[in-house]
Design a protein around this ligand. Structure first.
Ligand code: PMP
Ligand code: GLU
Length: 398
């Protein structure tokens, strides 16, 4: 059977595949600790979930305009405006079925055959695939390891040829947890503006930030002066900050003219994000006192777990190095010092660890660096402790 060239290079999402495998093994009765899933382990805050349920009861079960309910677009624009000082136009917001779709809409609209799209590496596994689905050319570019892989204009100048049209990055980063300080972000933005390159700024983990003042989000694009910004699409959503991964609710923000194009793509692909999910998100972005309280509690727990996993790895796995995590809920750990003929790469390492210990990790190769593995620490303290002990014991036995 042959398929179209649209999917010639596509691979299924490795993060979703490992997470599905971990769930299957658990269902079969295996003692699995799942550090693969990139999602908060919390329930959606009650006032948000109730608003979704109430929406269903009130008959909010029909189509909405493709870019989202006007009142939700307004509420998101209001929330972002209040936080950043930029006055956002609700017409620039497109509500999507998860941030993933916002990324797809953007890449599909802005890039095509012959275009190079630079991707900050290590990258979230779906970026190169989405760029390839748009038939553009993904070009991974890594900053120096000593700088936690954060990019500088020099790094970008080295790889950006005349066909470079876009740059995608996430801060806080999946998979490394690194966070761009405001000044570094400014330099990146300036570089893109001068080169007339579209910046796709993925800020889905922005609330889960351990830098700066406690409880404040990570520095973001809209913290910078308006006139310093060139062409950009900001990607965000409810999945991570509000523990709403299954509701499938994200959004993009950009210039109105571009937002119209993104909405046009979406109107043919999926129409609107699920209406009850939009009702839930409306409560999240409107009842901000309750939402902020819930987010602060979750972020405080992630920070505590970050401290715990870093301490355990330092104590029990002193030969392994890792990127110092300052946001999101991932530890990107370098394991190539343990490789041998039997376990020669990150995929073999993760298979071996799962078999030996029941701990599910995602191989670094899925994020563009085969020397590493990614551990999600969106787990209870007890499970984090158990997982790192199992890992240390298994490595000691080898
Ligand atoms: N960007 C990054 C960096 C992510 O980790 C994720 C999570 N899968 C997404 C986008 C997509 O988020 P969503 O679940 O809202 O589609
Ligand atoms: N963002 C998460 C991860 O990286 C969820 C899975 C996915 O969509 O890739 O694991």
């Amino acid at each position: 059977m042959s398929f179209s060239i649209n999917v010639e290079k596509i691979k299924p999402s490795a993060t979703m595949a490992v997470s599905a495998l971990a769930k299957r093994l658990k269902a079969e009765g295996r003692d699995v600790i799942d550090m693969s899933a990139g999602e908060p382990d919390y329930d959606t805050p009650a006032h948000i979930a109730e608003a979704g349920i109430e929406g269903i009861r009130a008959g909010k079960t029909r189509y909405t305009p493709a870019p989202g309910m006007p009142e939700l677009r307004q509420a998101i624009a209001r929330a972002l405006s209040d936080r950043t000082g930029h006055e956002l136009d609700p017409a620039g917001i497109v509500v999507t079925s998860g941030a993933k779709q916002a990324l797809f809409n953007s890449c599909f609209c802005l890039f095509g055959p012959g275009d190079d799209v630079l991707i900050s590496s290590p990258y979230w596994t779906s970026y190169p695939e989405i760029v390839s689905l748009a038939r553009a050319n993904p070009v991974p570019v890594a900053g120096a390891e000593e700088r936690d892989f954060r990019l500088t204009p020099d790094d970008l100048d080295r790889v950006a040829g005349p066909s470079a049209r876009g740059l995608i990055y996430s801060s806080p980063s999946n998979p490394t947890g690194t966070v761009y300080p405001r000044e570094e972000l400014r330099r990146l933005v300036e570089w893109a503006r001068h080169r007339r390159i579209w910046l796709i700024a993925d800020e889905i983990y922005r609330a889960i930030n351990f830098t700066g003042v406690e409880g404040q989000p990570a520095p973001g694009l809209l913290d910078l002066p308006v006139d310093s910004l060139g062409n950009y699409v900001l990607i965000d959503g409810a999945s991570k900050a509000f523990a709403m991964t299954g509701w499938r609710l994200g959004f993009s923000y950009c210039e109105t003219r571009v937002a119209k194009e993104l909405a046009a793509v979406q109107s043919h692909v999926s129409s609107n994000a699920a209406t009850p999910s939009q009702m839930a998100a409306l409560a999240a972005y409107t009842d901000r006192i309750r939402t902020d309280r819930a987010v602060k509690e979750m972020v405080a727990a992630f920070r505590r777990r970050r401290d715990l996993i870093v301490r355990l790895v330092d104590e029990l796995l002193p030969d392994l190095t890792y990127v110092k995590p300052h946001g999101a809920f991932y530890l990107f750990c370098r394991v190539d010092s343990t490789f041998d003929d039997g376990v020669p790469d990150s995929t073999a390492f993760c298979n071996w660890v799962l078999e030996e210990t029941g701990v599910a990790l995602v191989p670094g190769v899925a994020f563009g660096d085969d020397r590493y593995v990614r551990m999600s620490y969106a787990l209870s303290d007890a499970l984090i402790e158990d997982a790192i002990k199992r890992l240390a014991d298994a490595l000691a036995r080898r």
